[in-house]
Design a protein around this ligand. Structure first.
Ligand SMILES: Nc1nc2c(ncn2[C@@H]2O[C@H](COP(=O)(O)OP(=O)(O)OP(=O)(O)O)[C@@H](O)[C@H]2O)c(=O)[nH]1
Ligand SMILES: [Mg+2]
Length: 403
């Protein structure tokens, strides 16, 4: 399990995920400490000190809200425990927005990691560390440039040298559109009335709203929309109270068909999960993936993946409602597997369809990594909201954010 320390200001999923990779003892933990200005990661001269990925949420100038992820060295021994640590480090790649690759020399092993990170389309900042004790800095930097194809940043994590250069390099490596995705895109503009239908049922946490709802409300307020909200049973009353129909209704996917039946014809309809399909993933792949539902038979195998690891509830959407809807349509023998958190099979070939949750707890890169894995193995993938819209026959009647 990944250990995390957090300051709770910005959800982790919305932070720039910066992961540090390198051989054991290359100074990854020391660099985390230097970058954050805090003594948070354990440093020692014993190789293999960091045994699990550790995340630290921080606001750093000039990057903003970041999540730094320290990892075990990728040259760990091939014994059982060492291999398990390497596997953890490999998993971290899936959620990495920018990688810092640390070296102590111009070694060859980093070449392989450069290739692996490139394969995952992850920008890499190459770092030559320990420059305070290196005697042939120029020569090692030159070797690194030859082996890894880029000029390394010269750093001494121990002495705090080159830290601003690392921040600058991260900024330069970020994709231009990083963090520009919005939840509602071009669906609404200033002054539009937006109605949120949010059943506060057994699944809703006591005393608060769930993250997708909070984030959507915040974005709509920033956009200067007129935001109204109600529970499903009050939909009729709130529509009566309004002098004009809402421009957009955003509902919990579970209430899709009910809201669709009651909504004014002029009001556009979508769900939180459908909006998150575009915000966190690839809406086109998810809509295309949902069409695989029509081809399922009782011999088919479906994988449901949820990001949260929560205690199962009686009315759980991923564990109860979607399986029920699927079996109702396809047949009771339909095989459905459920995985949660970071458990996601490498080999997806046995599945005919993957249905993912809205992934509010994952960063966009993580969801895109899973999509790319599914796409690479030719497996259709969709998410809860899009699947429910399809299963209730209203997929062509809802709006998606495709801007
Ligand atoms: N001289 C010098 N020593 C450094 C520097 N960075 C790290 N070290 C030392 O190198 C050793 C390993 O540092 P760590 O930060 O624990 O290295 P790591 O990559 O996290 O190691 P693992 O967790 O074992 O994979 C420690 O003794 C550090 O003090 C540096 O810039 N200069
Ligand atoms: Mg370490």
């Amino acid at each position: 399990m990944e250990k995390e320390t957090s300051d709770f200001r910005t959800p982790h999923a919305n932070r720039l995920h910066i992961a540090l990779f390198g051989r054991r003892n290359s100074g990854k933990s020391s660099l985390i400490n230097a970058l954050t200005g805090q003594d948070i990661a354990l440093v020692s001269a014993t190789p293999g000190t960091t045994t699990d990925p550790v995340s630290k949420a921080m606001e750093v100038h000039p990057l903003g809200a970041c999540l730094f992820i320290d990892t075990p060295g990728f040259d760990d021994d091939q014994e059982e425990l060492g291999s398990m640590r390497i596997a953890r480090t490999l998993k971290t790649i899936e959620k990495t927005d920018v990688a810092l690759l640390l070296c102590e020399d111009g070694g060859k092993e980093e070449q392989e990691w450069m290739a692996l990170l490139a394969q995952h389309e992850i920008p890499v900042v190459l770092i030559l560390n320990k420059t305070d004790i290196l005697i042939d800095i120029e020569q090692q930097a030159c070797l690194l440039r030859e082996n890894c194809g880029q000029q390394p940043i010269l750093v001494s994590a121990k002495m705090g040298l080159g830290i601003q250069d690392v921040f600058q390099a991260i900024l330069e490596k970020l994709p231009e559109d990083f963090g520009e995705q919005t939840i509602t895109g071009g669906l609404v503009k200033e002054g539009d009335v937006v109605l949120l239908v949010m059943p506060q049922d057994i699944q809703a946490p006591k005393g608060r709203l769930i993250l997708p709802q909070v984030q959507t409300i915040r974005e709509l307020l920033d956009k200067k929309c007129l935001v109204m909200s109600c529970t499903t049973d009050k939909l009729e009353d709130i529509l009566k109270a309004l002098v004009q129909p809402p421009k957009l209704i955003i509902t919990d996917s579970q209430a899709f068909s009910l809201v669709y039946q009651q909504k004014p014809a002029e009001s556009l309809l979508t769900s939180f999960s459908v909006l998150f399909a575009a915000y966190k993933g690839d809406i086109n792949y998810f809509v295309e993936g949902a069409s695989a539902i029509h081809k399922l038979t009782e011999q088919s195998h479906v994988l449901i993946a949820e990001a949260c690891t929560h205690a199962p509830l009686t009315e759980d959407i991923g564990r109860v409602k979607i399986p029920h809807l699927l079996r109702q349509r396809i047949g009771k023998n339909l095989q459905i597997d459920l995985v949660s958190g970071s458990d996601f099979p490498k080999d997806l070939s046995g599945y005919d369809l993957i249905i993912h949750c809205g992934a509010c707890m994952f960063n966009r890169k993580y969801v895109l990594s899973r999509i790319s894995q599914a796409r690479g193995q030719n497996i259709p993938m969709t998410n809860y909201g899009v699947a429910i819209a399809c299963l209730t026959g209203i997929l062509d009647k809802i709006v998606v954010n495709d801007s």
